[in-house]
Design a protein. Sequence first.
Length: 368
Amino acid sequence: MKSNFELTCMQRAVQLANKGAYTTSPNPNVGCVITKDGRVISEGWHYQAGGPHAELMAILNTQKDLSGSTVFVTLEPCAHYGRTDPCVDLLIKKKVQRVFFGSLDPNPLVNGKGAKRLQEHGIEVFEGLCKEQVIEQNKGYFNIYNKKRPWITLKIASTIDGRIAMANGESQWISNDQSRSDAHSHRAMSDALITGVGTIINDDPRFTVRLNDQNIKFKKPHIFILDSQLRTPINAQILKQDHVFLVCTQEAPLSKLNQFKELGCEVIQQPIAERVSLILLMEYLNNQEYNQVQVEAGTAVNGSFIGRGLADELLIYMAPKIMGSSGRSMFQIDEPTAINKLSLFRLLKVKQFGDDACMQLRLRSEDV
Ligand SMILES: NC(=O)c1ccc[n+]([C@@H]2O[C@H](COP(=O)([O-])OP(=O)(O)OC[C@H]3O[C@@H](n4cnc5c(N)ncnc54)[C@H](OP(=O)(O)O)[C@@H]3O)[C@@H](O)[C@H]2O)c1
């Protein structure tokens, strides 16, 4: 049983870690609080990969003698030479007395090794305070190690009869301004957006990110278009953006492929026929360290993610509108053979944006 003070310090560290939500990827969000004689003496958080870790920031943020201090850090301190030096060496050198951390680091280079090194040097180590929050705020980072693929969220704007577009393809706008603004903040926290060529042809989207708070710095997500035969119109708005990847098959016409490359797009040609493979794409994203990915697509692509069990989370902005049965549904999937074979999600959160409701759902078996 930890004291209220210890819990408060770790909660503060979790809060600090959140400041890196838009920038740390592929690194995790980490926050750190240092206390001595029952008082907080310093704080720090990790801002971006390659930059100082949260522990170093907290150490640099104080002139005080840290011997005998207690360190609260959300993730196990690292014990290896990566982009920066090991944090455990720093804590040992500073003669801290106790280290609380929320969760072990899933990275095998660190996992358990950081804690062991500290203990070998006589530092008391306590694991598990605010563990759930720490894993939740790093769900993409944990997914990469646990499932060898990014955390996938399907973001959908829907009517209450589950329609995402009119029969003629029109879908702008189903949800209201507040919902769309919330969706933009989820976009900004994503390393990549995936869409389908159907959406590109119908909507000609730009997938820009607009945040209400202009002071928030974020990394613009890379855009992946699933387009087996390279049907994306050459004058599509999206092609004017940076970091656009067209994912096609070996059957895509070479002339189109060269045209897109000349426009500055990256083309990922999968060595398969017919349709882009999501499994191969997941391998690619995993290897390239994309931790968190948002799918913003139509019926077909959404259905493929659900059908392959690749949707960790659904973010459904539901507007109180009825489109009728000729509208396009959220997912194109094969009809299950029995009612007990339906895909199951659990409701994590519901938020209200004006008249819209946003449901955050998790795949039942996929709790982080
Ligand atoms: N309300 C919303 O949240 C929302 C969001 C986005 C779009 N939309 C609407 O959705 C409609 C478009 O729906 P859609 O189903 O035509 O488009 P989509 O799902 O965006 O794209 C479908 C296309 O993606 C390609 N694709 C490549 N690999 C795939 C794979 N593994 N699985 C599935 N598809 C793959 C297929 O074309 P190839 O076989 O040629 O590769 C397929 O026809 C539009 O009306 C748009 O306005 C609504």
